[in-house]
Unconditional design. Structure first.
Length: 260
């Protein structure tokens, strides 16, 4: 395992800290809830950048509190919402199978706001048969996802290095759309320090058919507690990772500096 870096430490779509650990300020008892009823914006065109918004408890809030449909909880300290569209061939199951292909995460890149360059986000990624197992198996098929079962996979983040356990589950499906949910099944720690507690990272992604070869994409990532580090660093880290996951699906590289 590499030594603790002197720059922010990033977990997958998750918490981070810096070389010197600074505790977060106590959560305000009077702070408004981040979840609300505001719907997401309209889909931008396939050739247009994604619309990305973020909300921090007692911090930056890009508009009215968003509808947190798709997440299990409503008490979050950070939310990141993305809405975009992309072009792809194949039917709905073909799009669903792309989410089941968790091994494709390996080698995916993201823009590091800290390093000001693109870095590899996932060093390793593979499906497993059950939680707690580290034995690789084949990627999940669309049929397996359609069963509604909670499926599990492992991956190692570029900063943490060690393998962590995550779950993937299809939560809604219709003739022209589906919704999946990701969660961290294990605690995310570095040198014994808690970064993201079990099930505190929740990420919902929905895909719907907009027309022949055109698909709408919307995601909402929520972190229930920011255990270590500065809240703004958490925001930028998770914003960049949310964009990176869409880029992987859409086959593009978005310039995320404008979202800062």
């Amino acid at each position: 395992m590499p030594p603790l870096p002197r720059r922010p430490l990033l977990a997958w779509l998750g918490a981070l800290t810096s070389g010197v650990v600074w505790p977060l300020a106590a959560r305000s008892a009077t702070a408004p809830a981040l979840c609300g009823t505001a719907p997401p914006p309209a889909y931008p065109g396939v050739d247009r950048p994604a619309v990305v918004q973020s909300w921090l408890l007692d911090g930056r809030q890009d508009g009215p509190p968003p509808d947190c449909h798709g997440l299990r909880d409503r008490d979050f300290e950070l939310l990141v919402r993305l809405k975009a569209s992309y072009a792809a061939t194949g039917d709905l199951d073909a799009q669903l199978a792309r989410f089941g292909a968790v091994s494709s995460l390996k080698g995916a890149t993201y823009w590091s706001f800290t390093d000001r360059k693109r870095l590899v986000l996932f060093r390793e990624a593979y499906a497993v048969t059950q939680p707690g197992s580290t034995q690789p198996r084949a990627d999940f098929s669309a049929a397996e996802l359609r069963s509604g079962a909670e499926l599990h996979f492992m991956h190692s983040d570029n900063r943490l290095g060690n393998l962590a356990s995550y779950s993937l589950r299809l939560t809604q499906v219709s003739a022209n759309s589906f919704q999946v949910q990701f969660e961290n099944v294990s605690d995310l720690r570095y040198l014994g320090l808690m970064l993201v507690a079990r099930r505190e990272l929740q990420w919902s992604v929905a895909v719907e058919r907009l027309g022949p070869g055109r698909w709408g994409y919307r995601s909402l990532l929520g972190l229930r507690h920011l255990h270590l580090g500065q809240a703004e660093q958490h925001r930028l880290s998770n914003l960049s990772r949310s964009v990176a996951m869409f880029d992987l699906l859409a086959g593009r590289q978005t310039d995320v500096e404008g979202y800062r």
